[in-house]
Write a protein that binds this ligand. Structure first.
Ligand SMILES: O=C(O)C1=C[C@@H](OP(=O)(O)O)[C@@H](O)[C@H](O)C1
Ligand SMILES: C=C(OP(=O)(O)O)C(=O)O
Length: 444
């Protein structure tokens, strides 16, 4: 079993001392309304932009998880004053001039902070920071982002991966071309720093952006903090003139990726789950998982202030789908797929081999342990219908592996998952939320 990276678990994590969790099949279907915790993507973007802004910001509805804990901790170590009260944070922005000019920083396992922070440090006129990340984040790609930032004038030393040594010597700006095929977060990271460059920045994408909706979220949030961004609809050219973020009062959205597991629960167990703090107006791409649940036979109601999914006796399979635009949910569908009426092929997600685990390999290994037939490709997998057998499964220190495999336990007895605490990266309360719905959750 994978050894968890204990350093990356924060004061906001849960279940650190728990070895395994066993989920038992539901005895009867669930009919419930639930509220989902705040969005990781909105939280870490808003935290960093608010810290760079001129004046105070108040953010409510933040996610309290390892990813946001280490982001706030890093901002504090840079001299940013924050006050957290429940899921609200007050942040005193530094207008791009980080008060503490020399520090060793640790950002944990968050791809968001890892890709959004370097440009904001490099854009400062002085300072020198050494930035470390979790073991896994130190294996995940960042080089294309660093090259892009260097083109804009950044001074960043690294051996292609974290740790990084970043010198604040300002950004010149100008044109920069960057591929979007590896991670949309590189583009978001370039954009977030760009208003603080001396000259206008023009970002050009020569290919395509995986999960381009996250770049849209970045642009929208930058605009809400008062800076200008001009972009074409395809997001292949983005122009950012010099400008300064202004502190804001914002209420952040709930996390559509987390919501998807609860809709999946409804789908799989013929239950009804109504999420009362999300609607289809969000730009979070994982919201479109409800379209997929509908395609699999569920009934979906898209309200003005809620989304409801009602499951079915028999999930429909027999399709092939690109998960490029909502690739975090590849594992969720893979966990439901054995229960579907035909094989399901998930493709176009080679980049998820570089997420918190090699997710394609991880899910193929664990489904095989369950006795499910799978075929693995470079960019995806096919899952065949079958009856999962009891098994002790590895979570690879990957929150989405644990959250997805837990769904199998709702239907099959004897599903035990190692290191449930890994859900703390984005949803420390995941198993509590399941328990509150009446699911039997047992820890050892
Ligand atoms: O910008 C963001 O908030 C995110 C972008 C995506 O990353 P990639 O584009 O690297 O796949 C997504 O997987 C991640 O969970 C959140
Ligand atoms: C890929 C993910 O996270 P990140 O890249 O933000 O670490 C995720 O949450 O599935």
């Amino acid at each position: 079993m994978h050894t968890p990276d204990a350093r990356a678990r924060s004061d906001w994590s849960s279940l650190n001392d728990v070895q395994t969790v066993t989920i038992s099949p539901l005895e009867k279907s669930i009919h419930r309304d639930i509220r989902i915790p705040g969005s990781k993507s909105f939280t870490n973007r808003a935290l960093i932009i608010a810290a760079m802004a001129e004046g105070p910001s108040i953010l409510s509805g933040i996610l309290r998880s390892d990813d946001s804990y280490w982001c706030i901790d890093t901002l504090n170590k840079l001299g940013i004053e924050t006050k957290v009260d429940g899921d609200t944070i007050e942040i005193n922005g530094c207008a791009g001039d980080w008060p503490i000019k020399q520090a060793n920083l640790y950002i944990g396992a968050a791809g968001t902070t890892a890709r959004f922070l370097p440009g904001t440090l490099a854009a400062a006129n002085s300072g020198e920071w050494f930035v470390e990340a979790s073991e896994r984040m130190s294996q995940r790609p960042v080089e294309l982002l660093l090259e892009g930032l260097r083109t804009l004038g950044a001074s960043i030393e690294s051996e292609g991966y974290y740790p990084l040594k970043i010198k604040g010597q300002g950004l010149k700006g100008g044109p920069v071309t960057i591929s979007g095929k590896q991670s949309s977060q590189f583009i978001s990271g370039l954009l977030m720093a760009s208003p603080y460059a001396e000259n206008e920045v023009t970002v050009t994408i020569p290919d395509y952006i995986v999960q381009h909706a996250y770049v849209k979220i970045t642009i929208d949030l930058m605009k809400r903090f008062g800076v200008k961004v001009e972009a074409n609809d395809e997001l292949t050219t983005m122009v950012i003139p010099p400008s300064v973020y202004k502190g804001q009062k914002l209420d952040l959205e709930a996390d559509a990726s987390t919501a998807s597991y609860f809709f999946a629960l409804a789908a799989l167990t013929n239950s009804r789950i109504k999420v009362t703090n999300l609607n289809m107006k969000t730009n979070q791409p994982d919201i479109f998982m409800v379209d997929l649940y509908e395609k699999m036979g569920c009934t979906v109601t898209r309200g003005d202030s809620f989304i409801e999914v009602i499951g079915t006796d028999q999930l429909l399979g027999g399709f092939d789908i690109s998960m490029k635009e909502m690739s975090d949910q590849t594992l969720t569908i893979a966990a439901l797929a054995p229960f579907a009426s035909g094989p399901i092929t998930l493709r176009d997600v080679e980049h998820i081999r570089h997420h918190e685990s090699d997710r394609i390999s991880a899910i193929c290994t664990e489904l095989t342990k369950l006795g499910i037939k799978v075929e693995e490709f470079a960019d995806g997998l096919t899952i065949y219908p079958g009856t999962p057998k009891p098994a002790v499964l590895d979570s690879y220190d990957d929150h989405r592996v644990a959250m997805s495999l837990a769904l199998v336990g709702l239907k099959v007895p004897g599903i035990t998952i190692h290191d449930p605490g890994c859900v703390s990266k984005t949803c420390p309360t995941y198993f509590d939320l399941l328990k509150d719905l009446g699911v039997s959750v047992q820890y050892k």
